[in-house]
Write a protein that binds this ligand. Structure first.
Ligand code: 13P
Length: 254
């Protein structure tokens, strides 16, 4: 059985001091929670906190992830962070293509595919976020948008015999931070399409892909979401900043 993955995306909610304090305060409980069988917990703090958190969780099963990485090779790219640095800091996962980065930093699907390529070289599992706006959702364009977002990534692996582990996180933009979650029908249809699409494009190599969900996951909604959808993990935003809520989500599962 593939471990079920819980990704805590802290976004830019806390300062460096606050992130380290939160990690220290919950260090023992997080390590204990990480011992749950068939479970992977990934903490994604801001870049600056990766080094101290790596120290706090070394020799534990808590994994570290970054919230983004550069699409470029090392060189003159002021303000950017390369995948190699993330690997040196202990990251084994990295979120890319989050809708907040797509919208606020105008990222393209091609740039996201380049980030994926750099991460793979450094043995970091990309968590590739995809999802549609409420306008596109209402217009029935979900599948078309997801297909477009996936295209350059899928193209990079299309003839591969084997592929590295890849996580695809469906995060409908209209579900992020809104308290609204997709209906069971929407989840069923979307995940069925995603699995079939990856299988069609990548063949048996698609077995190395995981499907995750993100958007208003909390201790009230998580069981409902995972019971209904064929998913292997959750991306948790605001609820991951309340340790008791995060713990309940992990404990409730399967
Ligand atoms: P919320 O859980 O706060 O809705 O955020 C979801 C998200 O964007 C995770 O990446």
């Amino acid at each position: 059985m593939k471990p079920f993955v819980y990704v805590a995306n802290w976004k830019m909610n806390l300062s460096f001091t606050q992130e380290v304090a939160f990690a220290k305060q919950n260090q023992a409980d997080l390590i204990e929670l990480g011992k749950k069988p068939d479970t992977t917990i990934v903490l994604c703090p801001s870049y600056c906190s990766l080094a101290p958190l790596s120290e706090l969780f070394k020799n534990s099963s808590i994994a570290l992830g970054a919230q983004d990485c550069s699409a470029y090779k090392p060189g003159a790219h002021t303000g950017q962070i390369h995948a190699q640095t993330l690997a040196e800091l202990g990251c084994t996962f990295c979120i890319v293509g989050h809708s907040e980065k797509r919208t606020q930093c105008h990222e393209t699907n091609e740039q996201i595919a380049q980030k994926v390529a750099h991460l793979i070289v450094h043995n970091i599992t990309p968590i590739i976020c995809i999802g549609e706006t409420i306008k596109d959702h209402r217009a029935g364009k979900t599948v078309a948008i997801l297909e477009e977002q996936l295209a350059p990534i899928v193209a990079a692996f299309i003839h591969a015999e084997t592929i590295p582990p890849l996580c695809f996180a469906y995060e409908p933009i209209w579900a992020i931070g809104t308290g609204v979650i997709p209906t069971p029908e929407v989840l069923k249809t979307t995940y069925a399409w995603l699995r079939a699409h990856l299988q069609q494009k990548l063949g048996h190599a698609s077995q190395n892909t995981r499907l995750m969900y993100g958007g208003s996951v909390d201790e009230q909604t998580s069981a409902k979401i995972t019971m209904l959808a064929d998913i292997d993990g959750l991306l948790i935003g605001s609820a991951s900043l309340d340790f008791q809520k995060f713990k309940k989500i992990v404990e409730l599962q399967r």
